[in-house]
Design a binder for this molecule. Sequence first.
Ligand SMILES: [Zn+2]
Length: 133
Amino acid sequence: MSDQCIFCEILRGNSPASFTYEDDTVVAFGHMLVVPRDHAVLMADLNETVAMRTFRVARKLASVARSTLGAGGVNLFVADGEIAFQDVPHFHVHVIPRYPNDGFGLTFPERYSQPPGRAELETIAAAIRAANP
Ligand SMILES: [Zn+2]
């Protein structure tokens, strides 16, 4: 745990939260954030078992959002790094219940609809394969 982290403060019981799920590895609170008990800033900083547990719980809560909250759909959102809009430096998965006309939206830059050419895509794909993910 980190002394500076609001999620670790919640996990220590020093800050209030409305918990929706708890187990030995993961908690969820609010509407809804799924948070591993281990403090890690980025997804890659978590051990794989903890990361997978976080996504398993997000999957379950997405189902509960439909059955219990009446959501018509759900977005899972991960902000992995400050440039990707990570607001709390403790990895978490947003489970966002969605309703008609709820005000959420996605904005893509114009170039997103104009992907690179085949040769450049293959160069990028080869580099990713070589990294052996
Ligand atoms: Zn933390």
